[in-house]
Write a protein that binds this ligand. Structure first.
Ligand SMILES: Nc1nc2c(c(=O)[nH]1)N[C@H]1C(S)=C(S)[C@@H](COP(=O)(O)O)O[C@H]1N2
Ligand SMILES: [Mo]
Length: 323
């Protein structure tokens, strides 16, 4: 085993990570052979990331209800969903979260509520789940890297927790902060992002019935690599808005500066609604690679297919400016 001293990542290395992302999009569109893609370390058949071990089964959640807000698409497999992940706190490769998040301690998890609201303080997971009916929500997930899956989340509406916190009229946005623990998360020792991982929503987006906090997957407790014990899911936005392993929810007056906006201000806007017509990154968002779909590229849908339900939130906004 190679033991490296933790060292700050040099800007050259960060650049190579960015190049890696745009290179992956380039390979995808240039129709290179399977062998070339496999050589580049890109999972082809949707079996997940090579070398990653799927999460074990066995921790079923009780009383999960179906939801009319689920889509009819066939879900991606447990293996795909738990071995092909983005969770940079555990490393930037797709297989790293499955390998390194195993030991994450999610017991006695607390979420701090603060800012412009009537009820501040630390909540246990039990407090958060009190009175909630767990629902299965089968949603499309579209990553900004231009791949997609269909994921049967288990969770409850974010709006329910927000109401419990009694936000004041000064609360215009909700900010989500995720765990930043170098003892448990090898990835936060590198400067690839400005830790902790921070995301945010406008209050009306956060109150939308499609926005959920997920605690499960396929009727079971959420595997660590997917953001246990509590993660945000906002299906009409790029996947990175879905902050994992949340430790703080803040009600704020100003639009939060998210980790991705800080890292790449010209690539990542605050809204980050899925939009086939706007590609501020170096690759096109017009189509997406369906994990498990072989070489079939699917056309990206506006708002990831949820336009009927969410387009009204952005009425009158220039979506090329507010991307
Ligand atoms: N804390 C944290 N949350 C995160 C990320 C991350 O690196 N750290 N990656 C995001 C990205 S880019 C995506 S696509 C989704 C992936 O979720 P999944 O691995 O459960 O499919 O998580 C998002 N949430
Ligand atoms: Mo992503």
């Amino acid at each position: 085993m190679l033991i490296k001293r933790p060292s700050p990542i040099r800007s050259a290395e960060i650049t190579s990570k960015r190049d890696y992302l745009s290179r992956r999009a380039f390979l995808k569109t240039s129709g290179l052979t399977a062998a070339a893609l496999a050589g580049a370390g890109i999972a082809l058949d949707g079996e997940g990331a090579p070398g990653a071990q799927e999460a074990p089964h066995g921790r079923a959640l009780a009383g999960v209800q179906r939801s009319p807000l689920s889509i009819a698409d066939k879900p991606s497999t447990w293996r795909q969903i738990t071995t092909y992940n983005n969770f940079y706190e555990f490393g930037v490769d797709k297989e790293s979260p499955a390998r390194f998040a195993k030991g994450l301690n999610t017991a006695n998890w607390k979420v701090t509520i603060d800012g412009e609201c009537g009820r501040t303080g630390a909540l246990d997971l039990e407090d958060i789940l009190k009175g909630e009916t767990l629902e299965e929500r089968i949603y499309r997930l579209r990553c900004v890297e231009a791949w997609s899956m269909v994921i049967p989340w288990v969770g409850f509406p974010l709006a329910n927790l927000i109401r419990k916190c009694e936000p004041t009229s000064r609360a215009k946005y909700v900010q989500f902060t995720t765990l930043d623990d170098p003892r448990q998360m090898p990835g936060v020792r590198s400067a690839v992002l400005d830790w902790p991982y921070v995301e945010g929503l406008r209050m009306d987006e956060a109150m939308h019935p499609l926005a959920i906090l997920a605690v499960g997957l396929y009727g079971e407790v959420l595997p660590n690599q997917n953001g246990a014990p509590l993660r945000l899911v906002v299906p009409w936005k790029y996947g990175f808005k879905g902050a994992k392993s949340i430790v703080k929810i803040s009600f704020v007056g100003q639009q939060p500066r998210t980790s991705w906006m800080k890292a790449e201000p010209t690539w990542y806007g605050f809204y980050s609604n899925v939009n086939p017509n706007v590609s501020p990154q170096r690759w096109s968002q017009a189509s997406e690679r369906v994990i498990g779909g072989g070489f079939f590229n699917r056309k990206t849908q506006m708002f990831n297919g949820y336009g009927d339900q969410v387009a009204h939130l952005y009425a009158g906004m220039d979506l090329e400016k507010f991307f």
